[in-house]
Design a protein. Structure first.
Length: 278
């Protein structure tokens, strides 16, 4: 595996302690590193959930869709809750109420790979993995989410489907979508029989007007030290998981990672064509 491939995979995935390496982590990557401490199962978060769903509506949820910036909980075609990935407490709380008590792993900076931030990783049924970040990234996401299977059992035993945008699921063959997608929305890893892909399914996490204004003010105040500050800023942003929205961070959103052309992981945020190592 080339250095470029290793860096790309490190930026795209929650590695060893926090998740997968392109396939279901229960198969090859489910063992935490020595630095990760397994904690008693629980869902304590640092803030109060802001999204409220009644017990009756919760029981009828049959699909969870991972979007670019939110998790959408549905009852058939009806949206029950659309939970922003800026809201870690509500994300973890609602999944816990629906799917039961998760396994929980506490990670320090770098435990999940060179670009992985500190936080608490929750996993439900080996199918849904949420890394709640200790500090929100520069673009505001407070969680990083990976879907590793096409369904998961709820706490009542009912099957809940897990999808990405347009119904894409782990296990689907997306060869046609890969062929039709523009180069800007996909990147390949490896070659020959070992070829894999990252396919951007839905873009998100673009910088807001306020973000651009703040960045412009910061650049204006740099003066003669601008070149030095820019090089330091690139290093400082490396652990954000999805970059800062400029040209070097590529395009962010929800992506499908494939083994050949078959989806093995759905995840967000994930940058495609990022020029930085993280």
């Amino acid at each position: 595996m080339t250095l470029r491939t290793k860096l790309a995979l490190g930026a795209a995935l929650l590695a060893l302690t926090a998740g997968s390496v392109g396939v279901d982590a229960t198969g090859i990557g489910g063992v935490p590193s020595a630095r990760a401490a397994e904690e008693p199962a629980g869902t304590a978060t640092t803030s109060t959930p802001s999204v409220s769903v009644s017990a009756g509506k919760l029981k009828r949820i049959d699909t969870i869709e991972l979007g670019a910036e939110s998790l959408v909980f549905r009852d058939d075609d009806k949206t029950v809750a659309d939970v922003s990935m800026r809201d870690a407490a509500s994300t973890v709380d609602l999944l816990n109420r629906l799917l039961g008590t998760p396994s929980r792993t506490q990670t320090a900076v770098g435990d999940g790979g060179a670009c992985f931030p500190s936080g608490t990783t929750y996993t439900w049924g080996g199918a849904v993995r949420v890394a709640a970040l200790t500090t929100p990234s520069t673009l505001g996401n407070a969680v990083e989410i990976r879907v590793l299977r096409d369904s998961v059992r709820s706490r009542t035993g009912a099957e809940v489907e897990l999808t990405g945008p347009d119904g894409v699921q782990v296990g689907d063959d997306v060869g046609d979508r890969l062929q039709d997608a523009p180069r800007s929305d996909k990147v390949s890893f490896g070659d020959g029989d070992a070829r894999a892909w990252q396919l951007l399914l839905e873009a998100g996490w673009a910088p807001t007007a306020d973000d651009r204004a703040a960045e412009g003010q910061g650049q204006a105040g740099q003066g003669q030290g601008q070149d030095l500050d820019e090089s330091q800023g690139q290093d400082a942003g490396a652990g954000d998981g999805h970059g800062t929205g400029d040209d070097e961070s590529g395009t962010n959103g929800v992506s499908a990672l494939t083994n050949g052309t078959v989806v093995s992981v759905l995840g967000s945020p994930m940058p495609v064509h990022a020029q930085r190592s993280c």
